[in-house]
Design a protein around this ligand. Structure first.
Ligand SMILES: [Zn+2]
Length: 441
């Protein structure tokens, strides 16, 4: 396959024109710029080609909460009560149809790699299913159905809070011990489009010695390790009270931080926390969820300046649009500081592509270069949002004005998953409507 792209973003501060991508099987084999006419045998790609987007933090089932959590003033914690009501209703079949539809919505938005922070493991009362990984299997099947890559971050979640037993809904999340979590997680398999990683839910839900079991499991497998870190001030306060250090400090003391580790949210950090994370770890920001839940605005510029590789996640799926996540990193920080220009468009798009791929253990994804996976997103430049930008301003227009609706075609591993704005195998709006109705029935 040979694609001739009118424009393409190859990682620098501007888009290139007349870019030819040679693709063999699931890989890009050659990239050349400045070819001003369509080559024989090449398919013309109108618009701008970018690497597949990576959604590094997803809880697929939260998609069914959309529109249902805005009515009352509430807080993060009342939002969580509603999320728990939904979690209590889900069966493996409902989980499969909801995740399939949610991942297909992501494919339409140009997301080709998803990091699923998966903690809904067991049946009601914490009783394991006949296959203890049935819920995780539903997610991997959902990713294959939607045609996207998945890193299943199997999440250890053992306590309601420091030293507190899980409540009734949380029992579905818990393996009771970290060793039992490891036994169950070890029984899982990866496969085509699917890789395995792990997550520590939070310092609330996993004790320090239990974190070490999860970290050892990922080290042994060279797998990605994620954790929710400092999303809410209350989490920091509880951690300081219990352990005398911040969540990042606790993770550092226990040897959890490192190249395989990504801190999700990292909203309420001390200066020392920024330094600790910068020594080796990544950070995943989820701005549309963080604003929806009134979490706050994290120190993204300080983290990036300190050397942290940033990535992005749609988390609760209040919105599934990585262009919106990317620009929110800059725009939210403008509001918080009264200063513009913290992050260049190329840095924000890098976070949405290779930053997420690196965090999820797909270092060969998220870039348009020889040897990379052939995951390509084509964004229309003739939409009302991008028309008139011109090549010189296209990258800024893409990051600061495009929406998921401007994604026209999506290639995953050399196969078209989205063509002309439609998923090639699924009626995605109908699938979402049916899955959400079924989840609440
Ligand atoms: Zn989350």
């Amino acid at each position: 396959m040979k694609l001739w792209c009118e424009h393409a973003w190859l990682g620098g501060p501007r888009v290139a024109t007349g870019v030819v991508l040679d693709i063999d099987g699931d890989r890009i084999t050659a990239v050349s710029e400045g070819t001003d006419r369509l080559l024989d045998g090449a398919e013309r790609v109108s618009g701008v080609a970018i690497p597949g987007l990576a959604n590094a933090h997803s809880h697929a089932f939260h998609r069914a909460l959309r529109g249902r959590t805005q009515a009352e003033r509430g807080s993060f914690w009342t939002w969580r009560d509603q999320m728990y009501r939904l979690a209590a209703r889900l069966t493996p079949d409902r989980y499969l149809s909801l995740a399939s539809a949610a991942y297909a919505e992501m494919a339409l938005a140009g997301i080709t790699t998803v990091g699923e922070f998966h903690y809904l493991h067991h049946g009601p009362g914490g009783v394991p299913y006949a296959d203890p990984n049935e819920m995780g299997e539903a997610l991997t099947e959902a990713a294959r159905t939607a045609g996207v890559r998945l890193t299943l971050l199997d999440t250890c979640y053992l306590h309601a809070g420091v030293g507190r037993e899980p409540d009734e809904v949380q029992q579905r999340f818990s393996d009771r011990t970290a060793d039992a979590w490891a036994v169950r997680a070890s029984a899982r398999r990866g496969g085509c489009l699917v890789r395995l990683g792990a997550a520590i839910h939070s310092v609330r839900a996993v004790a320090p010695e239990e974190m070490e079991v999860v970290a050892a499991w990922t080290t042994e497998r060279r797998a990605s390790l994620h954790a929710h870190v400092s999303e809410q001030p209350a989490e920091n306060e509880a951690c300081v009270e219990a352990y005398g250090v911040t969540p990042s400090g606790l993770l550092a003391d226990r040897g959890i931080l490192g190249p395989a580790f990504t801190a999700v949210h990292a909203t309420h950090l001390t200066d020392d926390d920024v330094v600790r994370l910068a020594e080796s770890s990544g950070v995943c920001l989820c701005p549309t969820t963080e604003r929806d839940l009134a979490d706050g605005v994290g120190p993204a510029a300080a983290l990036r300046t300190a050397g942290v590789e940033l990535c992005l996640g749609s988390d609760s799926h209040a919105v599934v649009d990585l262009f919106e996540e990317a620009r929110a990193v800059e725009l939210d920080e403008r509001l918080a500081t009264g200063v513009r220009g913290h992050h260049a468009a190329s840095d924000l798009l890098a976070a949405a592509t290779r930053g997420g791929a690196d965090s999820l253990g797909w270092p060969e994804a998220g870039r348009l270069e020889p040897g990379a996976l052939a995951d390509v997103v084509v964004v229309a430049t003739d939409s009302v949002r991008l028309a008139g930008a011109g090549a010189d301003h296209l990258l800024d227009a893409l990051v600061f004005s495009a929406t998921a609706s401007d994604v026209r075609d999506v290639l995953v591993g050399g196969h078209w998953v989205v063509r002309d704005g439609r998923h090639v195998t699924l009626d995605v709006p109908a699938a979402l409507a049916s899955a959400c109705a079924d989840a609440w029935a």
